[in-house]
Design a protein around this ligand. Structure first.
Ligand code: ATP
Ligand code: MG
Length: 319
């Protein structure tokens, strides 16, 4: 289904600062690391490019150091950036994150009215050929991006392409009802859905996990991948279910692992891998991702994933 698709994203490009202090709720002065390249669609696409997929990003950065930092990284990793605008008079979007001892996160996003959501987009700019448009649900919290993404999704579907979706339901970015309705619409268009377990709870609080997965599959997506953090992932495709146990690693910074998982999974599907194999490598890529601070710093390529999965190496022995 995804074979030979070019992967495109329309969405926010950010830099992120990560607090070194746990439990500070972003309301205490302390040390931070950053700026790190970020933005869920950008992390996702960077990983897809590193895994060998043909990619194009549509988004915006400011004419500033943060913007140049992210653009340089995306280009170095092979992402097609001709669709990224440098937006006059707007700053690059910024996110801050801090963790609590139990792994819960606080985010502050400076995204609305920055270059992150104020870029020009029209479906005419989409490249020719068979496309897979990947949508990160968090992008749908911003009205201008919502319009851009829906117009892209409609155009891609009309042209016989594929829509994939990571619901990525960040409560901080999904505060209005229109955002939730738009996410439901994108889920209805999607051919491949990649929710985390917390996305399932957020989307269908009244359903248990199996019922929530069944509801998603019933929306018409032939492939569903459920991300379970340290517990690994489950792939449901072609009438089969593959439960992939999590790898035992030291978690430093889990933000971005989901995008890295999705980027690996879809990049491999576009290159003809079977869903089970794509899931196996994505599960390893997600585990590698959490071991490094910075949401895109944990992205990896085929050689690193193969080394991680080698018998006797860190990922050679699932937990
Ligand atoms: P985010 O939205 O923050 O990018 P997510 O909630 O969408 O992340 P997760 O389930 O946290 O996604 O992580 C994605 C994948 O990464 C998991 O399915 C698993 O394969 C891997 N992973 C995440 N955390 C760990 C961990 N602590 N140990 C091993 N693997 C992990
Ligand atoms: Mg996620």
């Amino acid at each position: 289904m995804l074979r030979e698709c070019r992967i495109v994203t329309v969405g926010e490009i950010l830099v992120e600062f990560v607090s070194h202090m746990t439990g500070c709720a972003l309301q205490r002065t302390g040390e931070y690391s950053g700026p790190y390249p970020s933005g869920a669609p950008a992390i996702f696409l960077d990983q897809a490019a590193r895994m060998g997929a043909a990619t194009n990003m549509f988004g915006g950065v400011g004419d500033d150091g943060f913007g140049r930092l992210v653009l340089d990284r995306l280009r170095a990793d092979g992402v097609g950036t001709a669709g990224v605008s440098v937006v006059p008079g707007r700053s690059t979007g910024v996110a801050f994150v801090s963790y609590h001892a139990d792994g819960a996160r606080d985010f502050i996003f400076h995204l609305v009215n920055t270059a992150a959501d104020s870029f020009d987009f029209s479906p005419d700019l989409l490249p020719q050929g068979r496309l897979a448009l990947h949508v990160s649900g968090a992008s749908l919290g911003s009205a201008p991006m919502r319009h851009a993404i829906l117009s892209a999704a409609d155009a891609v579907k009309r042209a016989g392409g594929i829509v994939t979706c990571d619901p990525n339901a960040r409560p901080q970015l999904m505060q209005d009802e229109t955002a939730r309705q738009t996410l439901a619409r994108v889920i209805g268009l999607a051919d491949c859905l990649m929710p985390s377990t917390s996305d399932l709870e957020h989307l269908y609080p009244e359903l248990d996990e199996d019922a929530a997965i069944a509801r998603l599959a019933a929306s018409g997506a032939p492939i569903v991948a459920v991300k379970r953090g340290a517990e690994g992932a489950t792939i449901i495709a072609e009438g089969a279910r593959y439960d992939l146990p999590g790898h035992r690693v030291t978690e430093i910074d889990p933000t971005g692992a989901g995008d890295c998982f999705c980027g690996t999974f879809l990049a491999l599907l576009t290159q003809g891998a079977a869903p089970q194999e794509a899931g196996r490598q994505a599960n390893a890529a997600g585990a590698i991702a959490v071991t490094r601070r910075g949401p895109m710093e944990g992205n990896s390529g085929p050689a690193e994933i193969a080394a991680f999965l080698k018998p006797g190496a860190a990922g050679g022995r699932p937990a």
